[in-house]
Design a binder for this molecule. Structure first.
Ligand code: FMN
Length: 367
């Protein structure tokens, strides 16, 4: 199967579903509970329309944007995702190379499968470190220092996982980190030999940031102790840009702005946490209203095309992020698949811009 078979994010997902062990596909694809949160966001995105405009000479178009004063070649980046190397060996570094090429931010998860130092080096600095507060915070603040020494300038604190949401599809397969291969997983891997040979022989994917001496990490350890004083402590400890990710409420957004946070990422974690959360796309306008027109606002969750991304930009986001579809592209056709999907997303956005009379992304809100 070549990357050329990918004409949409759904193509990438369909091919990935065939190639990945069920356990891995369902870990990446799954959402909280009975997955109505994911459906609600999809329905809300589908219900939004863009305004077609005609006769605007849109022959020259640019998708250039900027974030924290740095020029980017696209208004979209890579959302932080744990254990990306499960989608294919070397996935983290494929994403990092993509970030370097387009000068876009690559979110590096606390639970990434490649050490944070190696990712920022490959991304040529275009990497943001995503932080989970966990346990009593001792390990968390060690990671902050480590990210600072590695040269990270932007820290993303994810706040929508005080406890890890239940995702039944993943639980049914016995998905666990560190990875345990019992009889059920053995059958699953045997039925997906291409993945198993590539991924398991390359070395079992691990949570690479915790392979530190004296550091034990438990993925299920409670993150529930974090509160506003934790944020204040982090603000003091981090001189760079501080983003808070996973915000859906305008009162929270306003308080975060007042507490000195540099940007907010409106997100439902791709519908992986609170099933009953409102559709993030439907929260964007109210949050924009609360924080004012000039405050940096980012968006992710449920974006499946360049046209979806444009909708989020039009409805108040300054910059947006794609998540699981990038992993599906890697699972479908490796780095060529990732590049192909990126081109598809870029094309989709560029064409939608032409059809809505946009030559560039300046002043697009309310278009
Ligand atoms: C497999 C997977 C792992 C994820 N891991 C993390 C993580 O470690 N930290 C984090 O802040 N968000 C994580 N996310 C959420 C993403 O950053 C992002 O919010 C979400 O994927 C966006 O939705 P989308 O996948 O529908 O585009 C993860 C998402 C997926 C699909």
């Amino acid at each position: 199967m070549t990357a050329g078979a990918i004409h949409s994010a759904e193509d990438a997902r369909r091919i990935a579903r065939r190639r990945l062990p069920w356990m891995v596909f369902d870990y990446i694809d799954g959402a909280a509970g009975t997955e109505t949160g994911a459906a609600r966001n999809r329905a809300a995105l589908d219900a939004l329309t863009l305004r077609p405009r005609v006769l605007q000479d849109v022959s020259q178009r640019s998708m250039a944007s900027s974030v924290f004063g740095q020029a980017t070649e696209r208004p979209f980046g890579i959302a932080p995702m744990g254990m990306c190397n499960l989608s294919g060996p070397g996935a983290d570094l494929m994403l990092a190379r993509l970030a370097a090429r387009y000068k876009i931010p690559h979110g590096v998860s606390t639970v990434a499968s490649t050490p944070l130092e190696q990712i920022i080096e490959t991304a040529q600095g275009h990497a943001w470190f995503q932080l989970y507060f966990s346990g009593d915070g001792a390990g968390t603040f060690k990671l902050v220092e480590r990210a600072k020494s590695a040269g990270y300038q932007t820290l993303v604190l994810t706040v929508d996982v005080p406890e890890v949401g239940r995702r039944p599809r993943e639980l049914r397969h016995g998905f666990k980190m560190p990875f345990k291969i019992g009889p059920r997983q053995f059958v699953d891997f045997a039925l997906h030999p291409r993945w198993s040979i590539g991924s398991l022989l390359a070395g079992k994917p691990q949570m690479a940031n915790f392979l530190m001496d004296g550091y034990e990490f438990d993925r299920t350890e409670s993150r529930a102790k974090a509160d506003w004083s934790t944020l204040a402590r982090l603000r003091d400890a981090w001189p760079g840009n501080l983003v808070v990710k996973g915000v859906l409420d305008s009162e929270d957004a306003l308080r975060l702005k007042q507490e000195g946070v540099d940007a907010i990422q409106v997100s439902s974690h791709g519908a992986r946490q609170l099933e009953s959360a409102p559709a993030p796309i439907a929260c964007l306008a109210a949050i924009r209203e609360a924080v004012g027109p000039d405050y940096p606002l980012f968006f992710d969750s449920g974006l499946r095309s360049g046209e979806d991304a444009l909708k989020a930009l039009v409805h108040g986001a300054d910059f947006v992020f794609f998540g699981r579809i990038l992993q599906f592209a890697i699972a479908a056709a490796g780095e060529a698949g990732l590049e192909r999907l990126w081109d598809v997303l870029s094309d989709e956005m560029s064409i939608a811009m032409a059809q809505t009379g946009m030559r560039d992304l300046s002043g697009l809100r309310g278009a």
